[in-house]
Design a protein around this ligand. Structure first.
Ligand code: FAD
Length: 363
C-alpha cells in the first residue's frame, strides 16, 4: 500500500489542474499506474492483492489529488472485479494481466433510455455459431475514450450477460463526451455497438444469469470505490480550507478565528471523518465476505457523495475568490463531487434502496 500510494503521489500530485483544463490524461500515465488502478486483483494476475480496506485508502488518496484519475481507477477496478467475479479461470488468466499491465478497461451499463432503471436495457447479446453478437447503444462510459476493452452488460436470452469487447472491434464506435461538468479528464464516452461479432469466449462465464444480479455485483465494487474517492476529495478540501483559513486574514485576524468560518471547518472535518468511517465499515463487510456488503456499500456511497458535495461547496465558500478559479482544487472538487451524487446509483436511488433495507425487503 505504501509503495502504491507513493507512486500515485509521484505521478499525480500537482497535475490535476492541467488535466482538468485540457480534459485529457496522458496515455503513458495510465500505463505507468498499471496494477495500482485495480489494486485488489490477485498477485497471480499481476495485481497488488490489496484488501478492500487498503484499496479504499489508496482510492481516497488518489481522490484527494485528482477526481479524473480516481474515476478511471474506479472503472478499471470495476472491470477487473466483473472479470474476476463473472469470468471463468481461463478468462481471468487471459484478461486480468492485460488490466494490471496498464491496458484500460471501461464498464458499460447505461443507455439513453436506461439510466436509474437498468432493467430497461435494450442492448442484445446473442450466440451465433462460434461467435457472440452485440447490438446496442451505451452512454456515459467512464474511461471509454482511453479503454482498450469495454465490459458491456446486456440482455441474453431471458436473463443477462457481460461481454468483454475490444474497443477496436469492427462495429464498435466510441465517441468522447465533450466538456463534462466534472472529472473532466476521465474520458467519458458514448459507445455504439452495431452487429459486433466476437469469439464466444468473450462472453464472461456468468452468461444467462439475472441481469439485475450481474449489475448489482459490478456496481457494488463501483459504489464502494466512489465512496472512498469522495472521502479523499473531502480530505483534499479540508487541507486546502484549513491552510487558507490559517494564512489569510480579514478584519485584523486569520479567517480561522472568525467563528462562522471555523464552523465550516468543523463541519468539513465531520464530513470527512463520517465518510471515512462508513467506507471502512463497508470495506470490512467486503473483506469478511458478509452478505451485508451490498447494503453497507450503498450506505457508504450515499453518505460520502452527499458529504462530498456539501463539503466541496463549503470549501469554495471559505476560499471565496481564491477558490473561484476553474482549476483550483476546491472548484474541481465542487464540480466533481456533484457528479458523485449521480453515478453508480443516484442519491435518490440509493435512498430508495436504503428504505427497502429499513423495511426489511433488501439487504
Ligand atoms: P435518470 O435515471 O433519468 O434520473 C433522473 C432523475 O430522476 C435523478 O435525479 C434520479 O435520481 C431520479 N429518479 C429516477 N428514478 C427514480 C426513482 N425510482 N425514485 C426516485 N428518483 C428517481 N454509466 C455506465 O454504464 N458506465 C459508466 O462508467 C458511467 N459513468 C458515468 C460518469 C458520469 C460522470 C455520469 C454523470 C454518469 C455515468 N454513468 C455511467 C451513467 C450513470 O450511471 C447514470 O447517469 C445514472 O445511473 C443516472 O441515470 P440518468 O442519468 O439516466 O438519470
Amino acid at each position: 500500500l505504501a509503495r502504491a500510494t507513493a507512486l500515485v503521489t509521484e505521478l499525480v500530485e500537482g497535475q490535476a489542474e492541467e488535466w482538468d483544463r485540457t480534459g485529457l490524461l496522458p496515455p503513458e500515465l495510465l500505463g505507468k499506474l498499471g496494477p495500482v488502478l485495480c489494486a485488489q486483483v490477485a498477485t497471480e494476475h499481476g495485481g497488488l492483492g490489496l484488501s478492500s480496506r487498503d484499496n479504499g485508502e489508496l482510492t481516497a488518496h488518489t481522490g484527494s489529488l485528482c477526481g479524473s484519475v480516481r474515476s478511471v481507477m474506479t472503472t478499471q477496478g470495476m472491470a477487473a472485479w466483473a472479470i474476476q467475479r463473472l469470468g471463468d479461470a481461463a478468462q481471468r488468466a487471459r484478461l486480468l494481466p492485460r488490466l494490471t499491465g496498464g491496458e484500460l478497461a471501461a464498464v458499460a451499463f447505461s443507455e439513453p433510455q436506461a439510466g436509474s432503471d437498468l432493467s430497461a436495457m435494450t442492448t442484445r447479446i446473442r450466440d451465433e455459431g462460434d461467435t457472440v453478437v452485440l447490438d446496442g447503444h451505451k452512454v456515459w462510459v467512464t474511461g471509454g475514450h482511453y479503454a482498450g476493452l469495454i465490459v458491456v452488460f446486456g440482455r441474453y436470452g431471458d436473463g443477462g450477460a457481460a461481454v468483454v469487447v475490444p474497443a477496436d472491434a469492427p462495429g464498435v464506435r466510441v465517441r468522447r463526451i465533450p466538456d463534462p461538468l466534472g472529472c473532466r479528464a476521465a474520458g467519458h464516452a458514448d459507445v455504439e455497438l452495431d452487429a459486433v461479432r466476437l469469439p464466444a469466449d468473450s462472453l464472461l462465464g456468468g452468461a444467462g444469469q439475472s441481469l439485475s444480479l450481474l449489475v448489482t455485483s459490478a456496481l457494488t465494487y463501483g459504489r464502494l470505490s466512489v465512496a472512498w474517492g469522495c472521502a479523499g476529495m473531502l480530505r483534499g478540501c479540508l487541507a486546502a480550507t484549513t491552510d487558507h483559513a490559517r494564512s489569510r486574514s480579514q478584519f485584523g485576524k486569520p479567517l480561522a478565528d472568525h467563528q462562522l468560518v471555523s464552523g465550516h471547518l468543523g463541519r468539513l472535518l465531520i464530513a470527512e471523518q463520517v465518510s471515512a468511517r462508513v467506507c471502512e465499515h463497508a470495506s470490512e463487510h467486503w473483506d469478511s465476505g458478509s452478505p451485508d456488503v451490498v447494503m453497507t456499500t450503498v450506505l457508504a456511497k450515499q453518505v460520502s457523495a452527499v458529504n462530498a458535495a456539501a463539503g466541496a461547496s463549503a470549501a469554495v465558500q471559505v476560499l471565496a475568490s481564491a477558490g473561484a478559479h476553474a482549476g483550483s482544487l476546491v472548484a474541481r472538487a465542487y464540480r466533481d463531487a456533484k457528479l458523485m451524487e449521480i453515478i453508480e446509483g443516484t442519491n435518490e436511488v440509493c435512498l430508495v434502496m436504503l428504505a427497502g433495507h429499513a423495511l426489511g425487503g433488501a439487504r
